[in-house]
Design a protein around this ligand. Structure first.
Ligand SMILES: [Zn+2]
Ligand SMILES: [Zn+2]
Length: 88
């Protein structure tokens, strides 16, 4: 399966990744908010912040799709770097 791509103003055409809106806000501000990442079997990256990670699965699911945004893989890596997280 090919990962859908997004066109980013900074990084150009990149695979899309999914992060919570707090990580997007943190990236804009340049302030780390935690970065808990995982990668699906298809190779799609996703990550959530400390606050979201502290929620129960039920609480997190209740936030719904509005809590999640799409960023390019370059931005995803930038967010990881901001939080001093090394991606495999
Ligand atoms: Zn969050
Ligand atoms: Zn980007």
């Amino acid at each position: 399966m090919k990962i859908p791509s997004v066109t980013c103003g900074t990084h150009g055409e990149q695979p899309e990744t999914f992060v919570c809106v707090h990580i997007i806000a943190a990236l804009k501000k340049g302030e780390p908010s935690g970065f808990w990442w995982s990668r699906s079997e298809e190779g799609v990256w996703d990550a959530i912040c400390n606050d979201c990670n502290n929620l129960s699965q039920q609480e997190f699911d209740a936030l719904g799709a509005d809590n999640i945004g799409i960023v390019c893989l370059g931005c995803f890596e930038d967010a990881a770097t901001l939080n001093e997280i090394q991606l495999d």
